[in-house]
Design a protein around this ligand. Sequence first.
Ligand SMILES: [Ca+2]
Ligand SMILES: [Ca+2]
Ligand SMILES: [Ca+2]
Length: 253
Amino acid sequence: MPRSLLTLCSMLALAACSTDPDLDSDGDGLTDVIEAELGTDPTLADTDADGYTDSQERHAGTDALDPASLIYAGGWPYNINKDSIADPGWDQETSEGLLVPRFRALDQFGDEVDLYDFAGQGVPIVLDLGTWFCDPCKSLAAWLSDGDTSELDELGWWNDDFVALREKVNSGELYWLTVLFSQGTPVSQQDASDWDDEWPNEHIPVLADTELQLQGYLDVTAMPHISVVEPDMTLTIWGQGPQPGLRHLVNSF
Ligand SMILES: [Ca+2]
Ligand SMILES: [Ca+2]
Ligand SMILES: [Ca+2]
């Protein structure tokens, strides 16, 4: 065994230490050799237990040894392979079956969130677009926050079947992104923060579409607007109104 690997093996103190330089004992995407160099634990995918793997933290440039150093303060997913998604850009026509452009926006914590970080996790994504002036949007937010459907029950499009979707959001089986926009005074990061203060759900990023990019692309006029995106970023349901998207999701679980 080469001297360097002997040294590594003694450092790692692994029962089954191998001479394989490609060995990734914890399957986190970093070899044991690289983890020894970084000081991360080769037997733990997430050394600092902050929800992001050592490999994700290295990719994002955060500290894999510091639980206070997070990729997103909100704990949103991170996709190491997001650059491989063929971003069609905002000039592409909007159509079900096509990829959604790479939307980036500030969230309630001030982090710039990349929509493509939610790709590749095997979890469908809801794009819920609304405004402060849309009362049903706020009723939807209230339900997502505390489960209260009393305001939604008054609305013609609401169905009791949709209640199950909140459980999917809270269990991580469904990503729900609330995206705020405004046709008048542009929304700001403060709006995202205020919205989250009013109707908090720790699983839901609230994003400020300051440039009306997603709002324009999805041609949002009726609200709440619910579009559904597959894990590969294909637009599956291009919502006009909330019902088609919510119905599709209920049927897909
Ligand atoms: Ca590893
Ligand atoms: Ca590791
Ligand atoms: Ca960390």
